[in-house]
Design a protein around this ligand. Structure first.
Ligand code: BES
Ligand code: MN
Ligand code: ZN
Length: 526
């Protein structure tokens, strides 16, 4: 999707469709809808719809007008952004996605989006720029949202219409006119580029997650990662992929115990982003669970809904998408991604409940349930990332159904042994417009994964299942600052939304990218 920036007067622009946000400035019961622009021509074009009460500014409300009066666009799409008071980049990002998704099936291939001319609060509490509307942030959010909205999961439908938006223009409006040719125009163009890189990387993750397990085996996942790295042509980005031999040679007994049951060979994917001008430390390790299909193994899952377990590699795909964006945005910080890809299958070679495995770290693990496989592959992935020099670890995994019970489909779970890392990440999550919630990892939970035969066991029983899974991982990071993202409930959209299709969400890619960029930004280092 081609993305352009224009400073021309919106009313003068010839376009298939002009998209204009409408915000509600009213108090509780009295809506007071106003278009988010000071341009009298735009206000006039929407005046009747607003005075008639047809347009209220309610979030995602859409009204499409043909041949609007007094403006040159063929159509005018009024799109509700909700309450003006609380309107932020979070809503703006979703509005752009909703506009794309509304226009796409209507044979409209290009449109122009009017950037709201409001001074509204930035969602990040960290920012103290007077609560001002950071234009570059707004532009970046619009571009991210539009790219996310342009993705559809119907890849294998033979009647797929391939209805995509080809290009769109962001209209800066009058206040941006002064910026033309100046520094702020350059900032806006850079913001468009960043938004594109991040949106495309999130969609890269979604493409991988969308593939069924017969088309995304561990080997194919490694091949996709390699093709991605090679196509970027970033000299500071290098990839190595390994198979079963290397996994055994490294004594990754936990990872291998899952892989041994499958006829599909596992893959260990290692991608390093090492810009020469970056300091030697920190080195951020991004570790992903890449279970390309989770049957549960011998502790087999029920048939109902098992087809969804193709998305059990979402954590790995998240890390691939994140490092893709990082390599293109080039922050001055070292990053290593480690993805442990395997199937979890029942077979004559599969591990069995009661088996004892020795992880790469040397810890012995009693396997109580072969369906708790994610923590096994991550245990070795985390340990290996540390060995490769990671000073800070983040893992992402569709790890537990218990996390879905706790937080539903709205928030991803975050677990960490480092408060400072969480504070930093929290800001990143806010800037990215994602939702995550911290859950505890107190030492008292450790008792639930004590084993009588080995150092630990791989399940902690029914209660607090997301936490005991995190406790298991914590055993392998020791005192390295670490954060675990449980994306079991958020990696797959159960229903389509105004701004995003049903299917893979690409959750956490944006937050991770913001986090790493912030790390590189010396001003806020700790
Ligand atoms: N991949 C699943 C977790 C999952 C559940 C992801 C639902 C997405 C949606 C994981 O490997 C698993 O099976 N976890 C078990 C752990 C249990 C056996 C301790 C679970 O959550 O039931
Ligand atoms: Mn499982
Ligand atoms: Zn799993």
């Amino acid at each position: 999707m081609n993305t352009m920036l224009s400073f021309s007067a919106p009313a003068q622009l010839e376009t298939e469709c002009l998209v204009l946000p409408v915000l509600d400035h009213g108090e509780k019961d009295k809506p007071d809808a106003r278009v988010a622009s000071n341009d009298p021509a735009l206000q006039d074009a929407a005046a009747e719809l607003i005075s008639s009460g047809e347009v209220t500014g309610k979030i995602f409300e859409t009204v499409l007008l043909h041949r609007p009066q007094g403006i040159r666009a063929k159509r005018l799409l009024l799109i509700g952004g909700g309450k003006a008071k609380t309107f932020s980049a979070y809503e703006l990002r979703r509005l752009a996605g909703a506009a794309v998704r509304f226009l796409k099936p209507k044979s409209i291939r290009s449109f122009a989006f009017v950037l709201p001319e409001l001074r509204v609060a930035h969602p990040s509490a960290e920012r103290s720029d007077g609560g001002g509307w950071d234009r570059a942030d707004a532009v970046k959010s619009v571009v991210e949202g539009a790219f996310v909205g342009n993705f559809d999961p119907d890849k294998y439908r033979s009647n797929r219409k391939d209805q995509l938006i080809d290009e769109f223009t962001i209209l800066g409006g009058p206040p941006f006119g002064e910026a033309k040719g100046g520094e702020s125009e350059a900032a806006l163009r850079a913001a468009i580029e960043q938004g594109r890189v991040i949106g495309e990387s999130q969609n890269f993750t979604r493409e991988l997650v969308n593939e069924p397990s017969n088309r995304m085996t561990p080997t194919m996942m490694a091949d996709s990662a390699r093709r991605m790295v090679e196509s970027l042509q970033v000299p500071d980005l290098k990839i190595e992929t390994y198979g079963a031999d290397k996994i055994r040679e490294l004594k990754m007994g936990a990872f291998w115990s899952v892989a041994q049951g499958s006829d599909e060979p596992p893959a260990l994917i290692v991608i390093r982003y090492e810009p020469p001008d970056a300091p030697a430390a920190p080195v951020i390790g991004l570790v992903g669970k890449g279970v390309t299909f989770d049957t549960g193994g011998i502790s087999i899952k029920p048939a109902d809904g098992m087809e969804k377990m193709k998305y059990d590699m979402a954590g790995g795909a998240t890390m691939l998408g994140a490092i893709r964006a990082i390599a293109l945005l080039r922050p001055k910080v070292r990053v290593i991604a480690v993805v442990c890809a395997t199937e979890n299958m029942p077979s004559g070679k599969a591990q069995k409940p009661g088996d004892v495995q020795i992880a790469m770290s040397g810890k012995s693990i009693e396997i109580v349930n072969t369906d708790a496989e994610g923590r096994l592959v991550l245990a070795d992935g985390l340990y290996y990332a540390r060995q490769l020099g990671a000073t800070h670890l983040i893992d992402a995994a569709t790890l537990t159904g218990a996390c879905v019970v706790a937080l539903g489909y709205i928030n991803a779970g975050v677990f960490t042994n480092d408060d400072a890392m969480w504070e930093r990440f929290r800001g990143a999550v806010q800037r990215a417009g994602e939702k995550m919630w911290r859950l505890p990892v107190d030492a008292e939970y450790l008792e639930f994964i004590r084993s009588t035969i080995a150092d630990i066991k791989n399940t902690g029983g029914r209660w607090g299942g997301a936490i005991t899974a995190a406790m298991f991982l914590k055993e392998f990071v020791e005192d390295t600052p670490w954060m675990h993202l449980d994306i079991a409930g958020t990696a797959w959209e159960e229903e389509s939304k105004a701004w995003i299709a049903k299917g893979p969400s690409g959750i956490a890619v944006r937050s991770l990218v913001e986090f790493v960029r912030d790390f590189a930004d010396g001003a806020r280092s700790h």
